[in-house]
Ligand binder design. Structure first.
Ligand code: ZN
Length: 656
């Protein structure tokens, strides 16, 4: 591990917190040191208060901030002398500690100080850095981890046994640190938890962290426990319906829909097929705080019932010993290891899924390295339970509001690169769905840079391409709950006697057959949607009221309309509902070039402006108007409606 310090970069971080922000970000950049809000840093600064008196302030990472992207505002300023007094108390409950930290924070609106704040306060150094380095965890969770750590570091670190983060750990360290420290002390190892470094200078403290972790890495290398990848095995063909079935069962057990991502990279697939997977995967997390995201153990195989039963037993066994009454969380897994899928991560949002995957990716390495040292030893499940059912976590649960309407659900939108499709993707994202946007236009791939959007290029007239993108969608998000059939073409205006067979066939292929193919590919998946499948067809006013010159378009849309009605008849028994929207005169779409617009206006003997608002309400209909209705049609308002056709056209006298 190398120091990433760069003088020019460091100089660009000004102000009293500049060096602290800079080196915190350097730590955050290395995923083998900290992951997703893990780890924390602090600096002690002397400041003048309003009365001109000198006051020592501990600036410590606030909860909700990530080291990689932290800003000065992400540090909570807390009165240092008060924190040090707190550490001398014989006991302090977690809610009391949180209260004391909050009431001694010196800036209104600052984030809640880390639960490791008091520990930062009792260390005498100006800069304190704390990570959950993989290499240190591999060693401390191997046989004789304690002895190995002492062998590696000698008197360079103070060694602390595992104690849950919070007041007890801080108070223990406050007593133990002065006893163990020597003139060589540069850090502190918390067994099965992580490592601290500290110094008077930001760079020195950061580089001590790099040095301490490098020593652990060198030890692993010397013990032939560094390069531990599994042998590459070819990934089996992905079976999307099996994945969707697994997601359905896990969601039902959770009581709400969850996304699922299957990852059959050699790293995960090799681990899932490891001859000792049943033993090494069932020990516990690499460090207990992962448990909030991952639950204590991955499910082995696909028996969700068994997993839930074991989880219930774990809860009952441990909650009996707890001081406070505990409320059981849902018993569904957040991770699964399967010889076919590799690793499957479950979560309410795409971000949560990504976090679970990242955490387990590192866990696999930590486990395999500890195995190479003689055997992976996780903490027993009482410690894991203490974190998972910590009062503060339970309080957060009670405070959490209701999730967005489509949390944990997946929507596919065709023709998503522009117009109504793009607006629909946005409407579903806004309601918490993970969205797969399909389009022939490669712009779809980069429409949004966010984990809950997957843009895929696809020619929907090609069955093979549809199969490929649906496979990708299910591998990435776990299934298909909602389908917005929006992609379509509007051929140039032609009189019936002039329509060429190519144009006629193209309209039928894109506006009807492509939708049939997509629905067929999704049928089994929609059946497995935890809340029932939903399809919205973006139809046209031309279905009830066709226009002269638009025979191919009107006929294809009318055919699609009949297809939707028959689908409602046939798929109702599968819990799938299908409804149509008939928009008219939506001009902010790719379909409506100036040329098409002018030609249609001519066909009605109107100016373009008149044509745009040519409706009973004299209003303009936008893509967003249509998209919002499409999203609502998939929600609870339309839960008992199928085969409906709703106009969004400002009122059309030929339709009413
Ligand atoms: Zn920690």
């Amino acid at each position: 591990m190398k120091s990433l310090w760069n003088d020019a970069d460091a100089a660009s971080f000004g102000g009293p917190l500049g060096p602290r922000v800079y080196t915190s970000r350097l730590l955050g950049r290395d995923k083998s040191l900290v992951l997703h809000g893990g780890g924390n840093t602090s600096v002690k600064i002397e400041e003048n208060n309003l009365f001109g008196e000198k006051e020592e302030v501990l600036y410590v990472k606030g909860s909700g901030w990530d080291l990689e992207t932290i800003e000065p505002a992400g540090f909570a300023p807390v009165k240092l002398d008060y924190l040090r007094r707190l550490a001398t108390l014989p006991a302090l409950s977690d809610p009391q500690m949180v209260n004391e930290l909050a009431t001694h924070t010196l800036r209104a609106g600052a984030p809640a100080p880390s639960v490791e704040t008091i520990l930062h306060a009792i260390l005498p150094h100006k800069y304190v850095d704390h990570t959950h380095a993989d290499a240190v965890l591999s060693i401390s969770n191997a046989p004789d981890g304690d002895r190995r750590i002492r062998d590696i570091y000698g008197d360079k670190v103070v060694v602390i046994p595992y104690i849950m983060a919070g007041f007890d750990l801080a108070a223990y360290c406050a007593r133990e640190y002065p006893k163990q420290k020597t003139k060589n002390t540069a850090g502190m190892v918390l067994l099965s938890h992580g490592v601290f470094s500290f110094a008077a200078d930001a760079r020195e403290s950061y580089e001590l962290m790099i040095e301490l972790v490098s020593m652990a890495e060198k030890y692993l290398a010397a013990q032939k426990a560094w390069s531990v990848g599994s042998p590459a095995v070819p990934a089996p063909a992905f079976k999307r319906e099996e994945a969707a079935k697994l997601r359905n069962e896990v969601s039902r057990k959770a009581g709400f829909p969850l996304l699922c991502r299957c990852n059959d990279s050699p790293h995960f697939l090799g681990f899932a097929r490891h001859p000792d997977v049943a033993r090494i995967s069932q020990g516990g997390p690499a460090t207990p705080d992962h448990v909030i995201r991952t639950k204590p153990l991955p499910m082995l195989g696909r028996n969700v019932e068994d997993f839930a039963l074991n989880y219930r037993n774990y809860f009952e066994r441990n909650s009996k010993k707890a001081k406070e009454p505990k409320t059981m969380l849902d018993p569904a897994p957040r991770m699964a290891l399967d010889p076919q899928f590799g690793f499957a991560a479950f979560g309410r949002t795409a971000r949560d899924v990504g976090i679970v995957e990242d955490l387990f990716e590192h866990t696999v390495e930590v486990i395999l390295r500890a195995e190479a040292l003689g055997g992976w030893r996780a903490l027993d499940d009482k410690h894991t339970f203490d974190i998972e059912y910590w009062d503060l976590e339970q309080a957060k649960l009670k405070k959490a509001g209701s999730p967005p309407a489509f949390a944990g659900e997946v929507a596919i939108v065709t023709g998503a690169a522009s117009g109504i499709g793009k607006a629909s993707a946005a409407a579903f994202l806004k309601r918490g769905a993970a969205v797969v946007g399909l389009d022939r236009n490669p712009a779809v791939e980069t429409l949004w840079q966010r984990p809950d959007f997957l843009g895929l290029v696809c020619d929907l007239t090609q069955e093979k391409e549809i199969k490929d993108v649906i496979d990708k969608a299910v591998k990435h998000f776990g299934g298909v709950d909602m389908l917005v059939l929006n992609a379509g073409i509007f051929p140039a205006s032609q009189a019936v006697q002039d329509i060429g067979s190519d144009m006629w066939r193209k309209a039928m292929t894109v506006n009807v057959e492509a939708n049939l193919l997509v629905m067929q590919a999704c049928h089994a998946l929609l059946k497995l949607a935890p809340r029932g499948g939903r399809i919205v067809v973006i139809g046209s006013k031309n279905v009830p009221a066709p226009g002269p010159g638009a025979a191919a378009y009107s006929a294809s849309k009318a055919a699609m309309n009949q297809l939707a009605r028959v689908t409602a008849l046939e798929w109702g028994k599968d819990g799938i509902r299908i409804n149509s929207i008939h928009p008219n005169a939506v001009y902010d779409t790719a379909l409506w070039t100036d040329e098409v617009l002018a030609s249609r206006a001519r066909a009605y003997n109107l100016s373009v402006e008149q044509y745009k608002k040519n409706n009973l309400l004299k209003t303009e209909v936008t893509s967003k108007d249509v998209a919002e209705l499409a999203a609502e049609m998939c929600g609870p308002l339309f839960a008992k409606t199928t085969a409906a056709q709703v106009p969004v056209d400002g009122g059309n006298e030929r339709v009413v």
